[in-house]
Ligand binder design. Structure first.
Ligand SMILES: *Cc1c(COP(=O)(O)O)cnc(C)c1O
Length: 378
């Protein structure tokens, strides 16, 4: 049994067995549908796990030079790189290490296609289109919402780019099930279907919550197979981030103090703002082990972070026993979209990164300190 008191606090604890369970689900989708699946580094970039991830997935998708470099360094398989806009001073380096480059607009594609092909003739070029279909509930995570800058709409599509590209990409979903993908595919084929025949692949982006318990994996397999058979067995890519890191570990924190101001408040050695940013941005309520909603158990506390930001609050949680200084508070499912977004705001220490190996061995793979704060300032 993992003893959280033996770990540095705060720390993110990634369980490789649970990660492998997710990867096996994705592997089954690959085998049954013929789809290629690559990891979106944006959501999960714990490179100490990439040896394991590479055994199951076909590569990684990067949003620019730094993620592409990380993919090249630590993942096997393909490197796909997309950016809302590429910069001239980075394009050569990105072209050297990418297998696919995905452009956001015809203007960017035309600006860089020749240079990219000169540097690396094997790079496959693609254009990200915007199917203008979106059912994501949160504006912050709605890639095809009104006035979206992500991808080219049919109105702005330029058929002369077709001679430059091997494929088309879209990314329209966020934490969604197959029914949402079917809606997007319908819109995509209605708008861009006439261009698919000459293509080698279509990339369905991310936001597929494939490893969530209620995800309809069988329907996903069917939808991919049907799409491929409608289009001459075309190659299809999925690039999930969240579904890879979903439910693979927790953020372990410690109660530093308990106080009262109209209600009981516990101050933790972590931060919602700096270490669990989606709790404020999404916003959503992270699960805390052993707790319930406020009032559902005898002792309710507001859990707050150790920064001076008034709104650095995880939420209100009820416990069976009073919280004491030194108690561990464990936030569930804090591996995706957490440490990839962390900041050193207010100088608060970044949580350590911990792996639990399949044999139960616990490894602290990274501790952070003052240097990580100072390095980003001058
Ligand atoms: C964010 C993103 C993904 C991954 O999305 P998840 O919701 O983490 O699966 C994939 N592709 C693109 C282009 C993205 O921006």
């Amino acid at each position: 049994m993992l003893n959280y008191n033996d770990l540095p606090s705060p720390s993110y604890v990634c369980d490789l067995s649970r990660l492998e369970t997710n990867l096996k689900i994705l592997e089954r989708v690959k085998e049954r549908s013929g789809v290629k699946i690559i990891l979106a580094l944006k959501g999960f970039a714990m490179w100490s796990t990439f040896d394991l991830v590479s055994r199951y997935l076909d590569g990684a998708t990067a949003s620019g030079l730094h993620e592409a470099t990380l993919a090249k360094e630590y993942m096997r398989g393909e490197v796909h790189t997309y950016a809302p806009a590429f910069k001239a001073e980075e394009i050569v380096e990105i072209a050297k290490i990418s297998d696919h480059m995905v452009f956001n607009t015809p203007s960017q594609l035309k600006l860089f296609a020749q240079e990219v092909k000169r540097v690396n003739p094997k790079v496959s070029l693609s254009l990200r289109v915007n199917p203008e279909f979106s059912s994501s509930p949160v504006d912050l995570y709605k890639p095809c919402g009104i006035y979206s800058r992500l991808g080219t709409t049919l109105e702005n599509f330029d058929e002369t780019v077709l001679k430059l590209v091997d494929g088309l990409n879209f990314h329209a979903l966020c934490e969604q099930n197959v029914d949402a993908l079917e809606g997007v595919l319908y819109a995509f084929e209605e708008k861009f279907g006439k261009y698919i025949e000459g293509l080698k692949y279509v990339n369905f982006g991310g936001g597929h919550h494939i490893t969530r318990e209620d995800y309809d994996v069988e329907s996903l397999i069917r939808v991919i197979k049907e799409f491929r058979s409608r289009h001459n067995n075309i190659e299809v890519y999925l690039e999930p981030g969240e579904a890879v890191g979903w439910q693979t570990g927790e953020l372990v924190s410690t109660v530093l103090d308990v106080m009262h101001n109209g209600m009981d408040i516990a101050i933790l050695d972590t931060s919602a703002e700096a270490h669990m940013p989606d709790t404020l941005a999404m916003p959503y309520r992270a699960e805390v082990r052993g707790s319930g909603v406020a009032g559902s158990k005898p002792y309710t506390y507001r859990l707050g972070g150790n920064t001076c930001l008034a709104g650095d609050i995880m939420g209100d949680y009820a416990f069976d026993q009073p919280l004491k200084v030194g108690d561990k508070v464990i936030f569930e499912d804090q591996i995706h979209y957490t440490f990839v977004k962390n900041t050193t705001f207010n100088g608060i220490k970044l949580p350590s990164l911990v792996l639990v190996h399949q044999n139960g061995a616990v490894e602290v793979v990274k501790d952070f300190g003052y240097e990580d704060y100072k390095m980003r300032l001058s």
